[in-house]
Design a protein around this ligand. Structure first.
Ligand code: IMP
Length: 199
């Protein structure tokens, strides 16, 4: 079966793995780790859309075809939407998930069960030749658990239980997460757009 190449403007192997699992066999999914000459993109935006646009436009100016970016994070209502776009450095060190989860639990220590609502948000931008062409937003509602549980996934997955479930994304595993996650919802809209515009 011929495969369509889909380049993801990320160096986060966890995001790429989930996108590869969800996109299925008709896509050859690659990311910035496969291309040594791709620039390191500074995420200077203050919204998911701004950062997703920066990444997609920068990477698509270095390669032919459509590029897809993913900017995502966790919004916690009791923390006024934090950590939001700063999710990956919330604990003080970029990409340190253990520290991020410690800080989140610390900040939530006094927050009772009925005020622990939160959502994961993902904004994806499709760009071509350095210009954004379309964007898609997905989110999943849930709540922050009192303690981490589960081994799968990445980031805040051990602390986030999606609505309708008592356990975390990390405990539910990839099959269920990939059916209802913020990333799954944004990706499904992005792939539909690409099916209609690529080729
Ligand atoms: P970005 O690379 O700026 O988009 O930051 C994404 C950060 O948001 C990650 O480093 C995680 O901390 C968090 N995040 C995004 N998506 C997920 C997810 O699916 N599970 C757990 N954490 C996530």
């Amino acid at each position: 079966m011929p495969q369509t190449t889909l380049i993801i403007a990320t160096r986060n192997a966890h995001k790429t793995k989930e996108i590869r699992q969800m996109a299925g066999d008709s896509y050859l999914v690659r990311d910035a780790n496969d291309f040594h000459d791709f620039p390191q993109v500074e995420e200077t935006g203050t919204t998911f859309l701004q950062n997703a646009t920066l990444k997609a436009e920068a990477i698509s100016s270095c390669v032919d075809g459509f590029v897809l970016s993913d900017d995502s994070g966790l919004e916690v209502d009791a923390l006024d939407g934090a950590p939001g776009v700063w999710s990956s450095s919330f604990g003080g060190e970029e990409g340190n998930h253990t520290r991020n989860n410690h800080r989140l639990l610390d900040d939530m220590r006094q927050v009772p069960q009925d005020r622990r609502s939160a959502r994961f948000v993902c904004v994806m931008v499709v760009a071509c030749k350095g210009k954004a062409r379309a964007h898609f937003r997905g989110s999943v509602e849930g709540r922050i658990l009192l303690a981490p549980s589960g081994e799968e996934g990445f980031g805040y997955d051990p602390l986030f239980a999606p609505i309708g479930y008592e356990v975390s994304f990390a405990e539910l595993g990839a099959e269920i997460k990939n059916q209802l996650s913020h990333r799954a919802r944004a990706l499904s809209a992005a792939l539909e757009w690409l099916n209609n515009h690529a080729g």
